[in-house]
Write a protein that binds this ligand. Sequence first.
Ligand SMILES: N[C@@H](CCC(=O)N[C@@H](CS)C(=O)NCC(=O)O)C(=O)O
Length: 212
Amino acid sequence: MTIHIYGGALSPFVMRPVLAARAKGLDISPESYEAGIKSDAYRAMTPMAKMPLLVDGDFALPESQVIAEYLDAVLPGPKLLPEDAQEAARVRLIIRLADLNIVPHLGALFRGRDNPEGVAPAMAGLAEGLGFIAHFRKASDAFAVGDSFTLADAALIPLFFFFDAFARGMKTDALVAGQPGLAAWWAHVKATDLGARCVAEQAAGLKAMMGG
Ligand SMILES: N[C@@H](CCC(=O)N[C@@H](CS)C(=O)NCC(=O)O)C(=O)O
């Protein structure tokens, strides 16, 4: 059965399970849902009408993190959650912290041109969120947690794309530079095949959204 992930490549939520699948050895790319994500057919599969949506046969599954965990469970390939319970908990914690403390501020950066007063509070929130994540990483972590790619890298890479993407206008790269451990992680993972491909696909998505 072919697994489909519907959504656009700019979305950090779409790229999270895409990265997880690729890390397991399934070379998948996000597909746009032809009828649109607000269509009745799409809403019949997920009433929230958001991307991503995984479709695996007659099984439809929304929510990026839930999809990534499903793929880790069903696909062969390396496990994306460490065996060690404390390391697995650190992976889950970093993902949770990113969803709670990074994700909510990204929208304000997108709206920065129309709503410049929203940028400074978002930057402060992002700086705090990065500090929370950095606190739970170890100096020995080459990947987000430990020495191999986990679900935490799948979540963080497509979010960190935006720190580079908004750097010219909003100096968001300084937020990453302010956390040397995370800056080293980001330099490392975006030089990997998985990371570089994700960044290139998101950049192409951003360019397309900006009108080419
Ligand atoms: N919590 C959801 C968030 C999904 C989400 O917000 N997706 C956005 C794209 S970045 C979306 O579908 N936006 C279109 C809309 O809301 O109409 C997840 O992790 O999958």
